[in-house]
Ligand binder design. Structure first.
Ligand code: BGC
Length: 980
């Protein structure tokens, strides 16, 4: 169908469109691959792209001041040379075209129809749920007073580096709605001074402690508010961790939807308790770095994650549903495609799943340049364009801004959609009470509020719009210390998390805890006056060149405190393990020698050492940075920088073979330890994750028993990367111009995969030792509601606010006379009324036949009856050892056998529904003194006991047969079970 509107031809490069058509990827049922808008783009030739836009290393502060090399520097040099040498470039272009043609031909053959995304229109308007009613009433009143220009201005970023934060929206000046500051990220305030470098998400996941999850979010939120940040770009819950080597798994909380969902929800509640808007990201299926975004990997398009409906619901959507239920006010759509439709322009996932089924009332912002179309993405449900620039970095050519204004003026985009976009943003602001000047003082000229730090310089004064290179200057850094003081110092919670996340995997002969004098339990004291000898070994134990040596932490040197990328921060300090250990051991009793490199120490140096503490690590990060051949995603799961060799040699030679060794691993995820874990000299093994600034202190707390370890693995440690199965492998080489990644493993990732195929693990999901022991007994399962297949009918929603849809006259949208424009800044104004051209805007198929609302919807996160409690599970936990300690009680569920695919006589297929062996459904952490017991109880909800039926398009609870409820302290150490 078409509408009166712009007559522009498709703005996607003609090559891309031709290619998409040839490869059957132009999803005509959805609009996301179209770039229809109201202006032409003349700089889109993917083969002629300015290398500056490819090298996103420019995003770091340091790069502004001096530069650094990255793997993209190679691309840049390559392209610059190409400019100089047209013969070579013609040859290269020909080769590229041949490769494209071959790729296209291959894809034509291999892409089945199922890799496409059905249309879902129109966007469900916000303001339909009671929990947001007040915010929407206020927002509607404010937005109704906004001019077209103002509405556009608040939906569009001002451009890369056009403000002090990594993302900045324009204000609506006349109604006093401020410019908003959006800042990374999941583990602290990126690019800011005097903040806390908290432990990373994966570390938080390893605590399995809901209270600590909340408290980290709260401290993070407080720091953000005090720095003038309106919107934190976190927590991350996608990637979920389907591929253990994927570069950004560490930003999230672990490879299970329930663990990830609980941690995300607690973090969001913590952040938002401080009045700061949290962002659940990256929605959805951004599971690897390679090919995640256009142009970053030398391809004009991003990868497509191809998934079936059930897997989407039961795995990857689950944490987002929990986040929406927790009230998250913003969601970031991801870079790559979902079933061959860009996530930020995919109407099925944004309009259908997120806004209808999950009832999301906040706003959807794009990941940075993840928006790949103009009007089409607005129709598909995108509400805010970040950072505002369009297809390419930092050129000020937005897909929205002025073009969005034009598209409303010429009738392409219904004013009602723009109203909804603006209202969602303003409602989120009211919902978090950011209109209260106590929380968020107005920015100048009215007040002193707004961001008080600059992402782009450490100088006190500088350009307000750094990316422009011109314009006003001012005080951009106020150096406010927001780390908290005294008992409220955020370093305290950071240390608690890092310590409580420390996973003790091996403790032979009870070598741990250590004694400060060295001679503890299990050691035979040497001759009188002899001192205990400790060697601290490995680059990862030391300070290296300082924690902030590489921009965005994009290299592996010194002790590893976080992964790299936008999710990293400038460490205010990083306590290296060696420092903390030197302080911890009694100098009168212990002699310490240090070898702070990964070179194996000469064997004579370790001859009479009693204890070798060996530090190794494994790093990864976001795809715009690479280091040591690791381009975002890891290449394998081994310790890096020769760590395996170091560990093995030292274990063997420590004390001439009579010493005892403990290996400490800092890592972004699972590390395969097979090369040395069975060495007889290895007595202890610790996974200390990514501990943040308090690294050494937290480790010492655990090593010496001040904190009894209670961390549990948030992922499986397999015996090899191959053991994670085909679905667990990163796609390192493109298999077409639009790389296709099929999620054919379905529900079987991490422990579900190992369980299904009975693959032995080294350490299973949920595993971790303590210095005490616990026993579980007296399981009692009480049904509290009868089983029934379907949730209650979807509740009736409130009517959304109704705003004026009049289109103002175009002259009101023209740049005011004498307006001083800044270079590359994204403005909402049009240049002249002549820019408004009438024409036919071809609306996406399905636009005029609205979709039925989902019966799985009707509340924040989904149909409220999905959280009805259907069973209570209680058990007794006793501390049977000699120390006070914490234990994580984990509840897993197995679905009944023989649940027929056919329900109620419908003939949908053959056989029975396939279920994982068991799935985590709940957990809690408790603390007990020795020889004491407590009763632990859990609730199981309808959703916990349901599977997603693609036929019903709803959550179905099997009513025949029995569920098995398992309770244990890991996914394999299950001590109790019962039937429901
Ligand atoms: C990342 C996001 C981040 C954004 C802003 C993107 O490249 O994927 O996670 O929030 O940049 O820095």
């Amino acid at each position: 169908m078409s509408r009166r509107g712009s007559a522009e031809s498709d703005q996607k490069t003609s090559e891309e469109v031709a290619l998409l058509k040839r490869t059957n990827h132009l999803d005509t049922s959805d609009s996301s691959t179209r770039l229809r808008d109201d202006d032409t783009f003349d700089e889109n030739d993917p083969l002629n792209i300015d290398p500056e836009y490819v090298d996103r290393g420019e995003r770091s502060k340091e790069r502004q001041r001096g530069g650094r090399s990255s793997r993209f520097a190679v691309v840049r040099k390559f392209i610059l040379r190409r400019k100089k040498c047209c013969i070579a470039s013609t040859a290269i272009a020909s080769v590229v075209l041949i490769i494209i043609s071959i790729g296209a031909a291959l894809l034509r053959k291999s892409v089945p129809e199922t890799r496409s995304s059905p249309p879902w229109y129109p966007t469900p308007p916000g303001g339909t749920l009671p929990s947001w009613k007040n915010a929407y009433e206020k927002a509607a009143r404010l937005v109704d007073q906004m001019s077209l220009i103002e509405k556009v201005n608040i939906t569009t970023g001002t451009g890369w580096q056009m403000g002090l934060c990594v993302g900045n929206t324009g204000p609506a000046v006349n109604v006093k709605f401020p410019s908003l500051c959006l800042q990374d990220g999941p583990l602290g305030i990126r690019f800011a001074d005097n903040i806390t470098a908290f432990p990373a998400g994966i570390t938080v996941g390893a605590t399995w402690n809901r209270d600590l999850m909340f408290r980290r979010g709260q401290a993070h939120g407080r720091e953000a508010r005090l720095k003038g940040v309106n919107i934190i770009l976190g927590p991350a819950m996608g990637p979920l961790g389907k591929m253990p080597a994927a570069g950004r798994n560490w930003e999230g909380f672990g490879a299970d939807p329930v663990l990830q969902g609980v941690a995300a929800a607690e973090t969001i509640k913590g952040i938002q308790s401080e009045g700061v808007i949290a962002t659940a990201k990256h929605f959805i299926l951004n599971e690897q770095e390679h090919f995640r975004q256009s142009f970053e990997w030398g391809l004009p398009t991003a990868l497509s994650s191809n998934i079936d409906d059930r897997t989407l619901h039961e795995l990857y959507l689950w944490p987002f549903a929990e986040s929406v239920r927790a009230g998250v006010a913003s969601i970031m759509c991801s870079y790559q495609m979902v079933n061959n439709s860009y996530a930020c322009g995919n109407s099925k996932i944004l309009n259908g799943i997120l806004k209808d089924e999950l009832g999301f009332q906040g706003f959807v912002q794009s990941d940075w340049l993840a928006q790949r179309s103009g009007v089409a993405s607005a129709l598909a449900g995108l509400d805010m364009s970040m950072p505002g620039d369009g297809l390419l970095w930092a050129n000020g050519k937005s897909l929205w801004g002025r073009r969005l204004t034009l598209s409303v003026l010429n009738g392409s985009l219904p004013m009602s959609r723009l109203n909804d976009m603006a209202t969602r943003i303003v409602a989120a602001w009211y919902q978090l009470k950011q209109d209260d000047p106590q929380n968020f003082p107005s920015p100048p000229p009215e007040g002193e509020g707004g961001p008080n730090f600059s992402s782009w310089t450490n100088e006190e004064t500088g350009l307000l719009y750094h990316g422009s290179g011109e314009g006003p200057t001012g005080r951009v850094n106020k150096f406010l210390n927001v780390q908290g003081e005294g008992n409220d110092a955020h370093g305290i919670v950071a240390r608690q998390i890092a310590a409580e996340a420390t996973v003790l995997l091996k403790n032979d002969d009870n070598i741990l805890p250590l004694s400060r004098s060295g001679w503890g339990e299990g050691w035979t004291k040497g001759p009188a006056n002899s001192k205990f000898k400790v060697a601290i070994i490995g680059d990862d134990a030391g300070e290296g060149k300082g924690p902030n040596f590489c921009p965005d932490r994009g290299c592996n040197q010194g002790t590893l405190g976080s992964g790299w990328g936008s999710g990293a921060v400038e460490f205010p300090y990083l306590v290296a393990p060696v420092k903390a250990l030197e302080n911890a051991f009694d100098p009168n009793e212990v002699i310490i020698s240090t070898f702070l490199t990964n070179d194996v120490p000469p064997s004579n140096e370790l001859l009479d050492v009693d204890l070798c503490l060996i530090f190794i690590n494994s790093d990864a990060g976001e795809g715009y940075l690479g280091h040591d051949g690791i381009n975002g995603d890891r290449n394998d799961l081994f310790a890096q920088k020769g760590g395996d060799k170091l560990a093995k040699s030292v274990i063997q030679s420590c004390g001439s073979g009579n010493g005892k060794s403990i290996v400490i691993v800092h890592s972004v995820g699972p590390v395969v330890v097979e090369n040395w874990v069975d060495e007889p000299g290895l007595k202890g093994l610790i996974f200390a994750n990514l501990p943040g600034q308090e690294s050494g202190n937290a480790l010492v707390d655990v090593l010496f028993g001040d904190v009894n370890p209670s961390g549990k693995l948030p992922y499986t440690v397999g015996k090899s990367l191959a053991d994670y199965g085909a679905g667990g492998q990163v796609l390192y080489r493109p298999n077409g111009i639009i790389p296709q990644q099929d999620y054919s493993e379905g529900l079987y990732i991490d422990y579900r995969h190992f369980d299904k195929y009975a693959i032995p693990t080294r350490y299973e999901f949920g595993y971790g030792l303590s210095y005490t022991t616990f026993s579980f007994s007296s399981l009692k399962i009480t049904p509290t509601k009868p089983k029934s297949p379907l949730p209650s009918p979807r509740p009736t929603l409130l009517s959304p606010p109704s705003l004026s849809t009049n289109i103002p006259s175009a002259d009101k949208a023209v740049f005011p006379d004498g307006f001083l424009k800044l270079k590359k800044f994204v403005y909402p104004y049009i240049r002249s009324v002549d820019e408004v051209k009438a024409g036919d805007y071809p609306y996406p198929d399905g636009y005029d036949s609205p979709n039925e609302p989902s019966q799985a919807g009707g509340g924040e996160g989904g149909n409220p009856s999905l959280w009805d409690v259907h069973a209570e599970v209680a058990l007794q936990v006793s501390n049977t050892g000699g120390r006070k300690g914490k234990e994580v009680v984990q509840l897993y569920v197995s679905f009944p056998d023989d649940v027929p695919v056919n329900r109620n006589g419908n003939t949908w297929g053959e056989g029975s529904v396939d279920f994982p062996v068991k799935v985590l459904r709940n957990f809690t952490k408790i603390e007990l003194d020795p020889s004491t017991s407590t009763i632990v109880s859990f609730q199981l909800t309808r959703k916990d006991l349901s599977y997603w039926s693609v036929y019903d398009q709803n959550w179905i609870m099997p009513t025949n047969g029995k569920f098995t409820i398992w309770v244990g302290n890991s996914s394999q150490d299950i001590s109790l079970s019962g039937m429901l």
